[in-house]
Design a protein around this ligand. Structure first.
Ligand code: TTP
Ligand code: MG
Length: 242
């Protein structure tokens, strides 16, 4: 079958070398193309590690991770980088320009594509306000760009790359509620057909997700839609109440 971006975890266990307890314990799930899978859970639950495993920042001790049936460890990191775009929890900008940062994942993107990605990522206005627009210099680490702007540029960069799989690690929690809502309204069209995995803090960010995974202490302790989890899952109910 053609590449589609289905991600499958089967009984994945991972611990950092020397650590007593695994940070991911026996995790199994499938994230389907064209669908949004959300991951929610308290700090330290293992959400970032789960995303990092898909990019092979490290490999599990047990279990398997596949994309469209192919084990991720059979792909080169370059192949993986073309298939999966991660918006990291702490986005990083390179020394260069706004445009060069946005083209990081796909160097042949034209300016119109950059502006379209910025529109979706709610970063269009602040780039238009820059004297040089897309050609505005960015210092290494993005220190001349605010945290929220850095996050929007990082989201736009992922959109420009047009991967099969988007991983958003807590990419929306720093946005105010109105911006978060506008971004989520624009995202489905921009990522149509792709596999989208969103780690979130706010339940309001993920109520529409096709599937929500609830993580606690490295384990997936609940899965379902918002309504299903609200009715059945105590950990989720606690997150909603908090
Ligand atoms: P994370 O996966 O970073 O936890 P999280 O993403 O769910 O938390 P947050 O909401 O705050 O972003 O960490 C899971 C565990 O792994 C935690 O005990 C810290 C540990 N850890 C390391 O030891 N080294 C690492 O490089 C990372 C990323 C995590
Ligand atoms: Mg995290």
């Amino acid at each position: 079958s053609p590449a589609a971006g289905q991600i499958k975890f089967e009984n994945v266990t991972f611990g950092f070398p020397g650590a007593e307890k695994p940070v991911i314990a026996d995790a199994s799930f499938v994230a389907e193309p064209g669908k949004t899978t959300a991951i929610i859970g308290s700090t330290g639950a293992g959400k970032t590690v789960l995303l990092n495993l898909m990019l092979r920042l490290y490999d599990p001790q047990e279990g398997s991770i596949t994309i469209d049936g192919a084990p991720v460890d059979a792909l080169t990191r370059a192949q993986l980088a073309r298939t999966v775009s991660l918006v990291p929890q702490r986005p990083y900008l390179f020394g260069g320009t706004i445009a060069s940062n946005l083209r990081f994942g796909r160097t042949d993107a034209n300016d119109a594509e950059l502006w379209e990605a910025l529109r979706v990522a709610q970063g269009e206005d602040f780039v238009r306000e820059k004297e040089l627009g897309l050609e505005e210099p960015v210092s290494q680490g993005g220190t001349n760009v605010s945290g929220g702007q850095r996050q929007r540029l990082s989201i736009a960069r992922a959109l420009v790359a047009k991967p099969l799989v988007y991983l958003f690690d807590d990419s929306f929690s720093a946005l105010d509620v109105a911006t978060d809502a506008r971004l989520r309204a624009a995202l489905p069209d921009a990522t149509e057909g792709a596999t989208t995995i969103i780690v979130a803090q706010r339940v309001s960010t993920i109520t529409e997700a096709d599937q929500i995974l609830v993580m606690e202490g490295g384990e997936i302790v609940g899965r379902g839609t918002h309504d299903e989890l609200l009715a059945t899952n105590e950990v989720y109910q606690e997150i909603v109440r908090s």
